[in-house]
Design a protein around this ligand. Structure first.
Ligand code: MN
Ligand code: MN
Length: 463
């Protein structure tokens, strides 16, 4: 061994020198990373909507011994329960050995992603082409959604209470859909204005109904197919939630396969991390571990299925009631890792990042003391004590982590569910996987960072 110079020793002792994760992890961890990411890719392909994510989550949870939590149920330490929120969100818990007045350890993420929703009256015909009108959901860049293959997933809720599941494009041989577009005039406009929202109309057919002399023969032909296949009429779209999502599955990126490209990393990459860590918990944790997968984060966490909903209190409150513990006593002792993607430093657009405080691909899970924008506006800004707690927790468990900011001050920014957890008197810190091309139809993350986020969630549950 070469002897370290005094300068080198001093540097190592005093400075926070960041290391690429691949230089740190051993071979066994590399195999774990690879195995973990195969499971994650399957989760992405099955869960392209929040409803699909919930269904697959329940499937995985039941296979791991979780049962639906009924109010009043007796809960022994080690009990594994879940409750679904209207098909669009789910909370899961593993009951700990400590009573609930000691608080719970939470990871909270969201499973909705930016996309195009069908309008209540979507189907129309123009110039002998049939289209679905859409209303975009979340912070999409509209120009990225034209001329890519799209699939349709969702539900049609019938007046008689039955629910018809729609999934076109996810099975081999299915037709796909797309939004056509011409470029020459748009090319002269700023990117953000080139594709108006009302031009995001999905092409769904072009063949007119034969032997008919009425108008809208292409529209009628499409509606007939939908009726024949699903039993739905035009008016049934009014009580439907059908989402157009990119029609490509998760794939490895790079010659070294070190990255994953997919639709919906934001925020299923953290949702899966929190879920898988809970499913993989060995034995009984000391504090009760709670995994929250919420809906509607991309539009402000509002509504009955968003993080602001009382669904969370109701779930934890019902857990507390089984031990006669007041909910407020439990919450004030609780900790939440709010897991959502953060911006990864992109050297091709370096000007929007502040290099010293940006997360880097392959440097581990990113911890965000604050998100928000325009001077931390709208964020919960975790206390330094809370950050210290998480530093210790992750270092003790050998989890690779880094600090992260969402781009330059006054340039980047964004929100997560953290403030809604903190508002409940829960110490909360943001953390998540650094992502490239956030909110695009095809986002990129590092496999190592995905795994370290899973490891961070596990460390939180284990306390
Ligand atoms: Mn997010
Ligand atoms: Mn987002």
């Amino acid at each position: 061994m070469e002897e370290k110079t005094p300068g080198r020793q001093l540097r190592e002792a005093l400075l926070n020198e960041r290391k690429n994760g691949w230089d740190v992890v051993d071979e066994a961890t590399q195999r774990s990373i690879s195995d973990y990411c195969e499971g994650y890719k399957a989760f992405l392909d099955k869960g392209k909507t929040e409803r699909d994510c919930v269904d697959y989550t329940v499937e995985l949870a039941q296979a791991a011994g979780f049962v639906p939590f009924e109010r009043g149920m007796e809960l022994q330490p080690g009990a594994k329960v879940y409750r679904v929120n209207r098909g669009r969100g789910v909370n899961l818990a593993v009951v700990g050995s400590a009573p609930l007045d000691q608080g719970v350890s939470i990871t909270a993420s969201h499973i909705d992603s930016p996309r195009l929703d069908l309008k209540p009256a979507p189907l129309y015909e123009d110039s002998e082409l049939a289209f679905f009108k859409t209303h975009y959901y979340g912070g999409i860049r509209k120009y990225q959604w034209v001329t890519i293959p799209l699939e349709l997933r969702g539900v049609v809720c019938m007046k008689d209470g039955s629910i018809v599941r729609v999934a076109v494009g996810s099975h081999p041989g299915d037709p796909l859909f797309t939004i056509a577009h011409l470029g020459s005039d748009q090319a002269k406009k700023p990117l953000g204005e080139a594709i108006p929202a009302e031009s995001l109309n999905i092409l769904v057919g072009s063949r007119p109904l034969k032997d008919d002399d009425g108008k809208d023969r292409v529209k009628l032909a499409v509606m007939k197919m939908l009726y024949d296949h699903y039993g739905i009429r035009e008016a049934d779209f009014i009580s439907a939630e059908i989402e157009a999502v990119p029609a490509f599955n998760a794939v490895d990126i790079g010659f070294d396969r070190s990255l994953i490209g997919a639709y919906g990393h934001d925020d299923r990459v953290c949702g899966y991390a929190g879920l898988k860590a809970l499913l993989d918990l060995d034995g009984v944790p000391v504090r009760t571990a709670v995994c929250v997968l919420a809906d509607k984060e991309e539009i402000g966490s509002e509504g009955v299925s968003g993080m602001q909903s009382a669904f969370f209190e109701t779930f934890v409150g019902d857990l507390c009631a089984s031990q006669k513990v007041p909910l407020r006593v439990c919450l004030e002792k609780s900790f939440c890792l709010s897991t959502d993607v953060t911006a990864a430093f992109d050297p091709n657009f370096a000007e929007v990042y502040e290099k010293n405080n940006s997360a880097k691909v392959n440097y581990g899970v990113g911890l965000c003391k604050y998100t928000g924008s325009r001077g931390k506006g709208g964020c919960s800004d975790a206390g330094a004590e809370v950050v210290a707690y998480v530093r210790r927790l992750l270092d003790d468990k050998g989890v690779l982590w880094q600090m992260a900011e969402l781009g330059k001050a006054d340039q980047g920014g964004g929100g997560t569910v953290a403030c809604y957890m903190a508002n409940r008197n829960i110490d909360t810190l943001d953390a998540g996987v650094p992502v490239l091309s956030m909110h695009s139809p095809f986002e990129t993350v590092s496999k190592l960072d995905c795994y370290m986020t899973y490891a961070a969630c596990k460390a939180v549950y284990q306390g």
